[in-house]
Design a protein around this ligand. Structure first.
Ligand SMILES: NCc1[nH]cc(CCC(=O)O)c1CC(=O)O
Length: 346
């Protein structure tokens, strides 16, 4: 093991959301370890540089983590802070998610264009919903038949600026509650989407802290930031995804909760999941619950159970279609990106 260190540089992306999350981790670590320092090492990733090409063609979600992992490997930093939902389910060998921090609200929310007043139930033809997430798009199309879904790329602030612009085509955006909360933009939330309306992304709302698997000192430092109920829920969610995606990203929505109303009771976990075709025309949904009693292995088993139920219910055909459709041009008109292949995110 490396000798005891005084400084633990934290690797992060440069977006406002990434920095807000990293500062949260930095403060927590500083409070627990007043004699050590946690400087920020900010990096630009392939995913940040490329806002036009589809994420699926420049790699997988690893486009947001690869450069960071290289720096971690070279020991330029000792930990990385990510939105857990941006962390691929198969992380590179030699790295681990040493902590999954207590989850904020995992829900997606609707953000209306400034001055626009309309309830979700009244959405229909003529309304334009901005999202680049196939998961969000397929669910909103089912809920509000006739709505137009249009791509919107960029970080949270960029998207809000596009929504409010004078020439904005959008009626509203769909975003993660957690991102807005962390940016102090909670006031922009028009309505929260409950699980019967929209299943959220795997890991959404939790911050994942990655480090080298053999770095016992850093693992020990971040251990107190791991929140067991969050860890169990996210391990179950990631397990469904790991089985269904088989190396490529697919639109999966999930919802997890413990049966008990006691927030620290990690006995029985319930997991609901759906997988959708890229155009949203086909969806498979399944759910199960299991006594996990605090065990990560049992949470992962629950994820496998739900994944096999989904496969038995036709998810296999949907996944084959996803693979086939991935390279197709799906860009809606009016985005200025008609000549590119539609990018999509989770
Ligand atoms: N896709 C980018 C991204 N990655 C994490 C979040 C939000 C924070 C989180 O889910 O933890 C967002 C923005 C969004 O989807 O609205």
């Amino acid at each position: 093991m490396t000798s005891t260190r005084d400084s633990f540089p934290i690797g992060t992306r440069k977006s406002a959301l990434a920095i807000a999350q990293t500062v949260q981790v930095q403060s927590a670590l500083q409070r627990l370890n007043p004699d050590k320092s946690f400087p920020l090492l900010q990096m630009t990733t392939t995913g940040d540089n490329n806002q036009i090409q589809p994420l699926s063609s420049i790699g997988t979600t690893a486009v947001f983590t690869r450069e960071l992992e290289n720096a971690l490997e070279r020991e330029e930093c000792h930990l990385l802070v990510h939105s857990l939902k941006d962390v691929p389910t198969q992380i590179k060998s030699g790295f681990v998610i040493g902590a999954m921090m207590k989850r904020e609200e995992p829900n997606d929310v609707m953000v209306m264009r400034q001055g626009e007043v309309k309830a979700l139930k009244d959405f229909g033809p003529g309304d334009v919903v901005g999202t680049s997430s196939v998961r969000r798009a397929s669910q909103i199309r089912r809920l509000c038949p006739g709505v137009q879904v249009m791509d919107v790329r960029g970080n949270v602030n960029t998207r809000l600026a596009k929504l409010d612009a004078a020439d904005s085509p959008y009626t509203c955006l769909l975003l993660a509650a957690a991102g807005l909360q962390r940016l102090n933009l909670e006031g922009r939330i028009t309505s929260k989407l409950p699980p019967d309306v929209m299943l959220h992304a795997v890991g959404q709302g939790s911050i994942g802290i990655e480090c080298r698997a053999d770095d016992a000192e850093t693992l020990e430092l971040i251990k107190p930031l791991d929140h067991l109920p969050t860890r169990l829920r996210c391990e179950a969610e990631r397990s469904v995804m790991r089985i269904l995606e088989g190396g490529c990203s697919v639109p999966i929505g999930v919802w997890t909760e413990f049966d008990s109303s006691d927030a620290e009771d990690v006995g029985t976990l319930r997991l609901k999941a759906m997988v959708s075709s890229l155009d949203g025309s086909e969806i498979a949904v399944s759910e199960a619950s299991a006594a996990v009693n605090g065990s990560v292995e049992l949470a992962i088993e629950l994820g496998k159970t739900v994944a096999s139920q989904l496969l038995a219910q036709g998810a296999e055909t949907i996944l084959a279609k996803v693979l086939q459709d991935r390279n197709q041009t799906l860009v809606p008109t009016g985005t200025g990106e008609e000549n590119t292949i539609k990018g999509w995110e989770v």
